[in-house]
Write a protein that binds this ligand. Structure first.
Ligand code: NAD
Ligand code: MG
Length: 353
């Protein structure tokens, strides 16, 4: 089992990565919790819940299941989980366990942050993408006007990443998670980037997966430890996301996964970076990697004007001017303000290519 230690502003917490380690959670639970509430979604309930509940050696273990999917990051599900916590008699010394992907992690984490002004929680991520969502302490639900608008910074007590559960992930979700790993490689070092570009996701081996997750998490951890509240360098984690979010919103949630949209966003950011800084970012190789792994590239459905307007409502936009994370080199991100004209020009070039 690998262990990575994260230092947050409030406490230090471990991330464990390994095969079948969810069944060892009981051993590392040091606190004397009065009761435990396990939150999961309906896909995971069928696959993994019973054996997990049985492994928790505690006489007050409850569980609550939400419908799978982004629409569960809602005020209604948030309220229902609070109701469940009250009904089960959870108190300030109870523990919540978020057993699922980023949706369960963000929602259950926010419930933990707010129930009785905050109780302990543990993340048990079950998707590759959740290596990103379970580390760094951001928890949130969506408002109808935008994603993650209601939330807080609330780090977990521990993250238990059992990669055995990743075996049942559909390829689409593997692609989604790997896009964020590519992003982390681009923010850290070229050898990690090369290693990922040599990985065929259809034939992924567990030892490689563990290594990639460990490197991705270490990169994210280093950035969030320096800047937990996103006042400085944490913004660089938005590499690929200005275009990615616009694409995700434009094509409708549910069509492209978050990571599939980010993958195209990364391709866009790298293409611009090569032109702006005259550096080789291996854009062609990255494009071939995306093709080899069947990432969707639905350019024919895209309209430049609409994408441009979406990019303008990005959280990073300052007085109407689009800010994008670009790379001066692999591992050297910079925040750049590009004029409207230039962005349009790049969009045109990118989508016409
Ligand atoms: P998700 O939780 O919806 O999971 C994707 C799908 O895979 C779901 O249908 C789920 O039921 C299924 N699934 C999960 N684990 C499985 C398994 N082991 N086997 C089979 N199926 C499984 O989505 P996600 O991609 O994990 O996370 C996306 C969410 O994460 C978004 O809401 C995003 O905003 C959030 N996020 C948060 C942060 C953060 O810092 N808090 C960072 C990145 C993303
Ligand atoms: Mg992301």
């Amino acid at each position: 089992m690998k262990e990575i230690i994260i230092k947050s502003s409030s406490h230090t917490y471990p991330i464990y990565i390994g095969e079948s380690i969810r069944f060892q959670l009981n051993e590392v639970l040091k606190e004397d919790y009065s009761s435990i509430l396990v939150v999961t979604d309906d896909h995971l309930e069928k696959l993994y819940l019973n054996s997990f509940l049985q492994s928790l050696n505690h006489n007050k273990v409850h569980h609550a299941t939400i419908p799978a999917g982004e629409s569960s990051k809602s005020i209604e599900q948030f309220y229902q989980l609070h109701s469940a916590a009250i009904e089960y008699g959870l108190d300030r010394s109870s523990l919540l366990i978020a057993f699922g992907g980023g949706v369960v992690g963000d929602l259950a984490g926010f419930v933990a942050a707010t129930y009785m002004r905050g109780i302990d929680y543990i993340q048990v991520p079950t998707t590759i993408l959740a290596h990103d969502s379970s580390v760094g302490g951001k928890v949130a639900i969506n408002h109808e006007n935008g994603k993650n608008l209601i939330g807080s910074f609330y780090p977990p007590k521990m993250v238990v990443y059992d990669i055995e559960m990743l075996d049942t992930l559909p390829l689409k979700e593997i692609r989604s998670g790997y896009a964020e790993l590519i992003k982390e490689a681009l923010l850290s070092d070229e050898s990690f980037y090369d290693e990922l570009l040599n990985t065929n996701l259809q034939f992924l081996r567990n030892e490689h997966l563990i290594e990639h997750l460990e490197k991705g998490i270490t990169t994210k951890a280093t950035i969030v430890e320096e800047d937990e509240r996103e006042l400085g360098n944490r913004k660089y984690l938005n590499l690929g996301h200005t275009f990615g979010h616009a694409l995700e919103a434009e094509l409708g949630y549910g069509n492209l996964t978050h990571g599939e949209s980010v993958a195209i966003g990364l391709l866009f950011a790298l293409t611009i970076s090569e032109k702006e800084f005259d550096m080789d970012m291996k854009v062609k190789r990255f494009y071939q990697w995306l093709k080899m792994n069947d990432y969707p590239f639905p350019v024919e459905q895209l309209n430049i004007n609409k994408l441009f307007s979406r990019m303008k409502v990005d959280k990073k936009t300052v007085s109407q001017s689009i800010q994008m994370v670009l790379l001066k080199d692999i591992g050297v991100p910079v925040m750049v303000e590009l004029g409207n004209e230039k962005i349009n020009e790049y969009l045109f070039l990118f989508l016409e290519q």
